[in-house]
Design a protein. Structure first.
Lengths: 237, 229
């Protein structure tokens, strides 16, 4: 049987997993949005930066990126700052390395998702907003964004689950999250099966929760697409 | 922090040995995962208890991270005496075998869903026509439904395959020295993290982009009837 102390630790680790996953996803969302907006119009310099970025970060395992940030991160930051003549020493914690790695890798994927969602908003919506003299920020926020959400949400939900599951992998750089504690508990108690099963129950629970929440948000984003009148029951002919 | 080409060249044999391990893990997983996914996808398309079981299988193995599965198979299962005290132990004490089992389960979950989507996209008229022409269900499946589904799901399969290539980096957790672990070993010896990790990243990048190119060519060949003229 699992011992309560270890289960408690597993809970602490689970909170860490959620923290890392949420922060990474927010960073990915920010990077993705910036790249999506920047590459909407095709301009050569931006295009080159984006292609390079996407090619690197979608072609390399996130674990390797995390290792690179964790072990070589402080060196890379120091040499970056020495270019402008500053000497900076930063210690990169596993937490920061994990968030940076996951955020930058999945930012590349999210940029593609968000850009294609923006491109799939009917052009009439942009034109109508301009004709009605809606200020550009307002138009983006209240006309385009809700429609982008509707189109991008299924793919964004999938990406969230991928990020959450990848957080487990990133524990290998020494992050004290659920897998690390599960490993610790199984080492001490010699009952690895139970603790790894508990870890998988946590991930399954998070996936299930994600589906429930995403269903709610999807219903909300599709509110303009539902018929207002109550649906009549189809009657047998 | 600078890139050391000499060290990169010297560590190349280690990194290439790691790459070989990566492929030794990857290739059986791809074959076994595909073989396992097909019956599950077919069961998922039925109605009744088998469809429910298949849905449960897919939900479980897509919901659990591959690292958890690897740990479960590698250190979790030997806790059960049926694994430890019978002939099964000869298999499960082997890290390669555990990596194959763990990653195959993940891969088959995703592949079952992809194949199901592809099979569901085959027009019913095709199946009706083949039944009307007297083809057996087996012939219909292997001669018509699967070849058509393969064309539909090529893009999804490419994504899944590339994800699997990158997922193999998890096997370093169960003692296998794959490309990622090989780069870390070089780092342990030389105290230079930047060079081996960037070199390993470059090798992954080449593998992934070679596969992408292969898929683009396959897509051009298989889906040429869909090409815009």
């Amino acid at each position: 049987m699992p011992q309560m102390g270890f289960v408690e630790q597993l809970g602490i680790g689970a909170l860490m997993t959620i923290q890392v996953a949420v922060l990474s996803y927010l960073l990915a969302l920010a990077i993705g949005t910036v790249f999506a907006l920047a590459t909407l119009k095709r301009r050569l310099p931006v295009d080159i930066i984006w292609q390079t970025y996407a090619s690197i970060f979608t072609g390399v395992p996130s674990l390797l990126v995390a290792f690179l940030f964790y072990y070589a991160g402080s060196g890379m930051i120091a040499s970056l700052f020495s270019l402008v003549g500053l000497s900076v020493t930063v210690d990169v914690s596993p937490f920061a390395a994990a968030v940076a790695a996951l955020g930058m890798v999945y930012g590349a994927y999210l940029a593609d998702i968000i850009r294609s969602a923006i491109q799939n908003v009917p052009p009439g919506q942009f034109e109508a907003a301009r004709v009605l003299l809606v200020p550009r920020p307002t138009a983006w926020l209240f006309v385009i964004l809700p429609q982008v959400l509707r189109l991008a949400l299924p793919a964004m939900t999938n990406m969230w689950i991928v990020v959450l599951k990848d957080t487990a992998l990133i524990s290998l750089i020494g992050l004290k999250e659920i897998m690390a504690y599960a490993k610790l508990a199984s080492g001490v108690t010699k009952e690895p099966f139970i603790y790894y099963m508990l870890a998988s129950v946590f991930f399954l629970g998070m996936t299930a929760l994600t589906y429930v929440v995403s269903q709610r948000i999807e219903q909300w984003t599709q509110r303009g697409y539902r018929p207002v009148a109550a649906k009549e029951r189809a009657h047998a002919l | 922090m600078h890139y050391d080409p000499i060290l990169a060249w010297q560590s190349m044999p280690d990194l290439l040995a790691g790459t070989a391990t990566t492929f030794a893990v990857l290739l059986p997983v791809l074959v076994l995962g595909l073989m396992l996914a097909l019956p599950i996808a077919l069961a998922r398309l039925e109605t009744g208890p088998r469809a429910k079981a298949a849905a449960g299988y897919i939900a479980f193995f897509r919901g659990v991270p591959s690292l958890v599965l690897l740990y479960l198979v590698y250190s979790g299962l030997p806790q059960l005496s049926i694994v430890r005290d019978t002939f099964l132990w000869t298999f499960f004490s082997n890290a390669y075998f555990c990596a194959w089992v763990g990653l195959t389960l993940t891969h088959s979950g995703y592949m079952a869903e992809i194949i199901r989507g592809g099979l569901a996209a085959v027009p019913t008229g095709v199946i009706e026509a083949s039944t009307a022409l007297g083809l057996t269900p087996r012939q219909t499946l292997f001669r018509l439904r699967l070849p058509m589904a393969a064309r539909y799901v090529l893009k999804a399969y490419q994504n899944e395959l590339l994800i699997m290539v990158k997922s193999t980096s998890a096997v370093s957790a169960i003692t296998l020295v794959d490309l990622t672990a090989a780069a870390n070993t070089v780092f342990d010896y030389t105290y230079d993290p930047f060079t081996p990790l960037v070199t390993a990243a470059a090798i992954y990048w080449c593998i992934v982009n070679l596969m992408r190119t292969g898929f683009t060519l396959a897509d051009r060949k298989l889906n040429r009837h869909l090409a815009r003229t």
